[in-house]
Design a protein around this ligand. Sequence first.
Ligand SMILES: Nc1ncnc2c1ncn2[C@@H]1O[C@H](COP(=O)(O)OP(=O)(O)OP(=O)(O)O)[C@@H](O)[C@H]1O
Length: 277
Amino acid sequence: MSATQLAATARRQAAHAPSGISVQDVSHTYGARGAGTLALDGINIDIEDGEFHCLLGPSGCGKSTLLYLIGGFIPVQSGQISTATGRVTAPGPDRSIVFQNFALFPWKTVRDNVLYGLKKAGFGPAERAERAQRYIDMVHLTGFENAYPSQLSGGMQQRAAIARTLAVDPGILLMDEPFGALDAQTRRVMQEELRAIWRNSRKTVVFVTHDVQEAVFLADRISIMSARPGRVQHVIDVNMPKDRDETILENPEFIQLSEHIWRLVREQAVAATRGAH
Ligand SMILES: Nc1ncnc2c1ncn2[C@@H]1O[C@H](COP(=O)(O)OP(=O)(O)OP(=O)(O)O)[C@@H](O)[C@H]1O
């Protein structure tokens, strides 16, 4: 193998390995500096490789902005974000994102939506076909390979979007309120499935939500953000069993921790409402 091929293989392996994320003193302003909106102010977060980390905070506190900065979808203006593959300056194969609104191509079938991501990520034809089926099966959409998004329920569409993202095997999975559009029951099932998928795949996950129970159910650690400008107010360890299903909702420790976090988030939500007047 040539040095170039070796380097390409090393890059590809690094992209698939779970990676830590270091966010150092990151601030972000939308619009003209000085006259614009300060969305984030001096964010510092260290996320370990393989960690499930939730960003929790009131609407408008900058959770999505921080996620897009980590993804490299918007440029870092101030401070620094790094992963195992180096400093984040643009999107890369080590980071993939799942959006709230599924973001599937409506004119492509489930299989073709998943294949599209794989082709873009540079997988060969045989591996693309094998991976597409494997991840469609993993999210329990076997039998719906040829269905179009409009023929699927919201939960099924979001499972297809998750399959598309997981199939390319990114080391870091970024999720922006992916279950926000789902009904409560489907949302609970998806949370359990995501937690199980994460346990098997050992990805690093950064998950944005404003739902306290969702954060406590899913996360190893939670960063609670302040009302705008977003700052990290508290970092909470969730010391719960790694295998979680809905029985944990009745666990007294789960209830106590959720109430504690709810009070912390409520303080920020009240501050946000006052700031808006
Ligand atoms: N493209 C943009 N141009 C100008 N301001 C923006 C832009 N995107 C976001 N903002 C502002 O930056 C702040 C943070 O927005 P962001 O979407 O990151 O917050 P969020 O915590 O994810 O909110 P939500 O929970 O409601 O989705 C908000 O006040 C928002 O109005």
